[in-house]
Design a protein around this ligand. Structure first.
Ligand code: ATP
Ligand code: MG
Length: 268
């Protein structure tokens, strides 16, 4: 019998999503093991964000199944999936203009618990205590992502990489068991990307399961425990990072059929 720690937290079975005539996700089957970092790779337009949208309930499958911790979620709404322990970030930064870094994270917490927000408007001692606890928790989350020093500045004044960290803190405010990160290092330099990789490792070591869309193969090799590669919505490789980047179908998808050697050289 396999122990719970060895079982998959997220399982896709034949997941399919078509837009008009385009199969964005085509009979996709893969699983993300509990307590591990799974990299989701594939060239532009391969279907990675659609996978994240299907898992988080922004889109629904035309066919197939998605299970989170054993519960079928392929037709569930985002808030229902959130209540089961899923949180995500988006490919494009989605912070609320005019709020400080701390307020962004607090707002994320209240979005989850609307009733607390209503209570906070009443200014009762209990509501003030609750507000204090939420603020303390938000500050702790900012410490976890290395952004506590910027808690009181407007989020829009931060660098792109810092804004992405704030988004991760906001996602963590929901106390997820599964965190989906859609290109968390997009637009970052090498040092910033490496910092995100280290953060992802820390979160994993604290028990979180992470699925992250990542294009940078060095980061995938350094920070993902396993990798799933898609192209035209279909699975083309699955395994360890080293296995996947050397896979000839993956090389074809990323570098074209005639440039395998160049591609491997580019990886160092
Ligand atoms: N809402 C939509 N309506 C129509 N077509 C869509 C929609 N969303 C995605 N697609 C199409 O589905 C395919 C997969 O898109 P998706 O955004 O999932 O790819 P991706 O792997 O995330 O790409 P990128 O690396 O550029 O972010 C593409 O052909 C895209 O044009
Ligand atoms: Mg995408």
């Amino acid at each position: 019998m396999s122990s719970p720690a060895m079982t998959a937290l997220l399982e896709l079975q034949g997941a399919t999503k078509t837009f008009g005539g385009v199969s964005a996700v085509d009979q996709l089957t893969f699983s993300a093991p509990r307590g591990r970092v799974t990299g989701l790779m594939g060239p532009n337009g391969a279907g990675k964000t659609t996978v994240i949208n299907l898992v988080s309930g922004l889109l629904h499958c035309d066919a197939g199944s998605i299970r989170l911790n054993g519960t079928e979620i392929s037709q569930s709404k985002p808030h229902e999936i959130g209540a089961l322990g899923l949180a995500r970030t988006y490919q494009n930064v989605r912070l609320i203009s005019g709020l400080t870094v701390l307020e962004q994270v607090i707002a994320g917490s209240f979005l989850k618990r609307e009733t607390s927000f209503m209570a906070s408007l009443l200014h009762t001692p209990a509501a003030r205590r609750r507000m204090r606890a939420v603020s303390d928790k938000a500050m702790h989350l900012l410490e976890r992502v290395g952004m506590a020093g910027s808690a009181h500045v407007l989020a829009e004044t931060l660098s792109y990489g810092e804004q992405r960290r704030v988004e991760i803190a906001r996602a963590l405010g929901a106390d997820p068991v599964l965190l989906l990160l859609d290109e968390p290092t997009a637009g970052m330099n090498t040092a910033e990307s490496t910092e995100i990789g280290r953060l992802v490792h820390r979160l994993r070591d604290e028990g979180l399961t992470i699925v992250m869309v990542e294009h940078n193969m060095k980061l995938v090799v350094d920070f993902c425990d396993s990798v799933v590669v898609v192209n035209f919505g279909r699975l083309i490789a699955e395994g360890t990072p080293q296995e996947c980047i050397k896979n000839s179908d993956v090389q074809d998808a990323y570098f074209g059929k005639r440039h395998h050697a160049d591609g491997l050289r580019a990886l160092g």
